[in-house]
Design a protein around this ligand. Structure first.
Ligand code: CA
Length: 694
């Protein structure tokens, strides 16, 4: 009898747990800030606050946090994804938009879905890297976007593709690395590409069930001769001069999408100009709407509601593609439906999202291009010379911004926003450009302006902080020094904690009120993804993907190479932490600093090396790094054996023998070009070896 009772009890438990495993992921559940068991959307809920109400792990016991289990992810490289958690299942993306579904009870991979991005992209793979920031989930389907421009719906249970929509014109240099957003049976996606061609940015919403296009909104106006799509485009066109459409205009939105259920609007963070240099893009000036702005659109129709432009007439790559975080704030004693945004340009904006009116804006880091934002006009007050109109100009920040795409979180408990910031100046000059005859590039890098750390400037390679910012006072609450510059996003909890990984591989928990470091775990590889927290069977866990990646890890050269997360050396993993977790991290190789091959008997021809520099800058730099110094995304070509032999170089670069490993084909390069690259790389290798021996 007792036995039967026991079995009955177990059966009831099983039934109740099955009944629990039935969350309908829709508008109501993604809006719900109170439930903490799941992490249903990119920023956890529609507010994008990345604030969890869970308190089991808190300031008093976080010292007992330990590694509970891990999953090895062999073959993966950049891991940037925010995992979603739905009823004990986790969904995240790894390299080239491969989706992993992980059963958090069995701790096994349930399925993977590979959209075969490199096959689909072919030679177009040269304009994007393997980066992808995650999936959306809506009513039983998982949605992912790809570097080659597709949006895909996959059945959450089986991992089988349901539909596929090509969201870009494959003849144009557009790519996607952002996580789609789901709302009202629609899936929204944008794209990037402003640096590699004449692009005209847009966002598109698709029907979640059928994959049919619901609406599209262009972020910059097209050629007036073709007729404008609507009055909004005609309005935007009044802020442009010259023949901007020949260069696309840009504005591409690759990140920074927030759905607001209270106003049924979607806020779009828009990109920089194409090209960056306004003298080329819009020669007689103009604000160039909707570059570097937040644009509010009706979520059902895509119709324009309002906009706020953070950098009018931008000319430095100061895009506004960063997170847009929603909160109810009390400002001057009045409740405000606020929106918070910290774009590249160095200011922190608080905006009334009911109207789009600016409430306040203050600097959160070093920004020398403007003195302040005039609250009467809502416009930045620029510093003379900042547009490099008088020749070379050293400007803070450079194109990496004060804040990049790494997630900002906000705690309603402390009233503070938590975000990684950095301080990297660049010298801008367009003295060698000819605006009147400048041609947009096609599938290679050329922003119409030269930018570099500059000869006389000591490049700062240790200038980053975790910043806690009070959006009401527009004041720093606390700040903690971080290593390097390329540090990942944050998460905060009702347990009064802030979690952030670091460029040097440490995962740290801070007290949310004052930034005191309470717990640290060495993951032994660079971290580029933000952590998430959730419950399985009532127990709180924290998970984090570890694996160095993203644009900064590839293109920033010494700044990111300093950590030693060299290509292909360190394992990629999903780590999961719990109170009293006791799992040991498996053996992991030490950081590897590049040993450039000097090759003493190689006679460098300076003219060839110079030509090689130009080719390298346009075709190789995006992945292999500034000056041949790889930050870890792709092999360091000063160390690689391949460039030592013309035949090997031709095989890899022209014939595409490493295509399946992500190395795109450059069929247009001649033996003369390859020889020039050899001379350039040997020159850089010697310079690197000399610097290292100092
Ligand atoms: Ca850009």
């Amino acid at each position: 009898m007792q036995n039967r009772y026991r079995w009955g009890f177990l059966a009831a438990l099983l039934v109740s747990s099955l009944a629990l495993a039935d969350t309908v992921v829709d508008g109501a559940s993604i809006t719900d800030e109170q439930q903490g068991a799941n992490w249903l959307s990119f920023g956890r809920t529609y507010s994008e606050q990345r604030f969890s109400p869970l308190t089991a792990i808190n300031v008093d016991n976080v010292k007992q946090l330990g590694l509970d289990w891990l999953l090895e992810l062999p073959g993966e490289r950049s891991l940037l994804s925010t995992p979603l958690v739905v009823d004990g299942m986790m969904y995240f993306t790894a390299s080239y938009s491969v989706i992993y579904a992980v059963d958090l009870r069995s701790r096994q991979i349930a399925w993977t879905y590979d959209p075969k991005v490199l096959d689909a992209a072919g030679e177009r793979a040269r304009i994007f890297w393997d980066s992808n920031r995650g999936v959306a989930y809506w009513k039983g389907k998982v949605f992912v976007a790809t570097g080659d421009g597709r949006l895909l719906a996959v059945d959450a249970k089986t991992g089988k593709q349901v539909w596929s929509a090509q969201t870009t014109d494959p003849t144009k240099p557009l790519y996607i690395n952002g996580a789609p957003r789901a709302f009202r049976d629609k899936i929204l996606i944008g794209n990037g590409g402003t640096e590699v061609g004449a692009t005209r940015g847009y966002v598109t919403a698709y029907d979640a069930v059928t994959g049919e296009q619901a609406w599209r909104f262009y972020l910059v106006p097209g050629n007036p001769a073709d007729g404008f799509e609507d009055e909004t485009q005609a309005m935007a066109a009044k802020t442009w001069t010259g023949e901007w459409w020949k260069h696309g205009g840009g504005g591409n939105s690759w990140h920074g999408w927030t759905y607001d259920p209270e106003f049924n609007r979607i806020y779009i963070g828009t990109g920089n100009g194409s090209p960056w240099n306004r003298k080329i893009r819009s020669p007689d000036g103009g604000d160039n709407l909707f570059l570097c702005a937040i644009v509010a659109l009706d979520a059902d129709t895509g119709k324009y509601a309002w906009h706020y432009q953070t950098t009018p007439g931008e000319t430095w790559d100061y895009n506004s593609n960063m997170d847009i975080v929603l909160a109810d704030l009390s400002i001057d004693g009045k409740p405000v439906k606020a929106l918070m945004h910290a774009p590249k340009n160095g200011f922190f904006y608080v905006i009334d999202r009911s109207t789009g009116k600016l409430i306040s804006a203050e600097k959160i880091g070093k920004a020398t291009w403007a003195t302040h934002v005039d609250l009467k006009t809502g416009r930045p007050v620029e510093v003379p010379g900042a547009r490099y109109e008088d020749g070379e100009e050293l400007i803070y920040p450079g194109p990496f911004g004060v804040h990049n795409w790494h997630a900002m979180s906000f705690s309603p408990a402390t009233g503070l926003a938590y975000l990684p910031i950095l301080e990297l100046p660049f010298v801008f000059t367009d003295k060698d450009e000819k605006p009147a005859t400048w041609q947009s590039p096609s599938f290679e890098l050329d922003p119409g302006v030269r930018f570099s750390p500059g000869d006389e400037v000591e490049l700062k390679i240790d200038a980053a902080w975790l910043l806690a910012w009070d959006p009401v006072k527009q004041k720093e609450a606390w700040k903690v020094k971080l290593p390097g510059v390329w540090n990942p996003g944050t998460m905060t909890t009702a347990g009064s904690l802030v979690f952030e990984g670091r460029a040097d591989g440490q995962l740290v928990a801070y007290r949310a009120q004052d930034g005191e470091s309470l717990w640290t775990f060495d993951t032994k590889v660079g971290i580029s993804a933000p952590p998430v927290t959730y419950e399985v069977d009532g127990k709180q866990y924290i998970s984090l993907l570890v694996g160095w990646g993203g644009g900064g890890a590839s293109a920033a050269g010494n700044v990111t190479a300093q950590h030693g997360w060299a290509y292909g050396v360190h394992p990629r993993r999903l780590l999961t932490f719990a109170l009293d977790g006791t799992t040991a991290l498996p053996p992991t190789p030490a950081p590897h600093l590049t040993q450039p091959v000097v090759q003493e008997d190689f006679k460098i021809d300076p003219q060839l090396a110079d030509g090689g520099n130009t080719i390298y800058g346009r075709k190789c730099l995006i992945c292999h790094g500034v000056g041949g110094v790889a930050g870890g995304y792709a092999p360091d070509l000063r160390e690689s054996q391949v460039p030592l032999y013309l035949e090997a170089l031709r095989d890899v670069v022209v014939n595409g023998s490493r295509h399946e490993r992500g190395m795109p084909q450059f069929k247009e390069l001649t033996d003369k070009d390859l020889t020039a690259l050899q001379h350039y790389l040997r020159y850089q290798a010697r310079a690197g070896a000399k610097a290292a021996s100092k």
